[in-house]
Design a protein. Sequence first.
Length: 321
Amino acid sequence: MLVVSEEVCKQVVGAQDAFKAVESVFAAMAKGDAYNFPVIREAIGHADALYGFKSGFDRAGLALGLKSGGYWPGNMAKGLTNHQSTVFLFDPDTGMLQALVGGNYLTALRTAAASAVSIAHLARKDSKVLGMIGAGHQAGFQLRAAADQRNFEKVVAWNLHQDMLPGLGKVAKECGLEFESCSQDQVGSQADVIISITSAHEPLMLKDWVKPGTHIACMGTDTKGKQEIDPALVATATVFTDEITQSITIGETQHAIASGLIKQEDITPIGDVINTKHQGRSSNDEITLFDGTGVGLQDLAVASVAANLADQTGKAKKIDL
Ligand code: NAD
């Protein structure tokens, strides 16, 4: 069995590897070759922690396993990351444990890869301005992965906690992009692509603020009750997602669905666009929206890449169980 630490994951896996892995698994999901098992998430009644599993099987990529972990709010005070996760990969032929892979860095990488895949397939080719709503841990990864997809010139950003914006500005500079912090409506009126990645429970981007032709990647809403986008904006857009079941229950579309503004049939898996079964964007004026809810198969896909690369480069520890 291989053990791949957080540090080794950072050394061997980059945004491009994650992009390819996530694009392939979204394609396999849409073909019915890969499926996610029901998610378990429980408040364990200790340390205020939320703990759970995301698991699945990709028959095309032969990845079987689970990501285990959750949220420990007291960790920060101990100098640890609040979100903790570990990926377990099993041999699909024998059920034997193949690899234990640190999941914290990979979670950020696979989440950024999902919005990057949506930008690659749905954003206008001439997109120049990237809008960021959010400036937390994930936001930097999101910005870097998005920057590879279009010839962006500038980032416009809003965050509830303004002191977090300079950190994101630094990432934009490293990507060679101009950076401006501004109001939410100014993000909407300038951006060709908007990524939302916050823990908000209310709409942060309203329909009237957004230009025709914008692509929006909604990445923060991954739990019932969370919300980042005006349901009227969701209803105006052509909507794509990683997985429809998650989108309508824990993703951004939960609110537009609950208020009857859209129906499940209005939502297309992004894999259908990757597989050219759906044309994706149909005009330069269309608003496209990707609801990235985060599926276990994304974790297995990037963890498999990490395990293979760590093994090939001699950086994985080998242990007999
Ligand atoms: P973080 O704690 O580092 O940052 C939180 C961000 O949300 C900050 O920008 C903060 O200013 C903002 N925020 C907090 N409360 C807010 C409020 N009430 N209104 C508006 N903004 C608010 O967290 P992170 O690791 O960057 O994660 C951000 C979000 O992304 C979380 O909701 C997390 O659950 C979600 N997430 C989604 C996926 C996925 O696959 N879709 C994966 C990882 C994380």
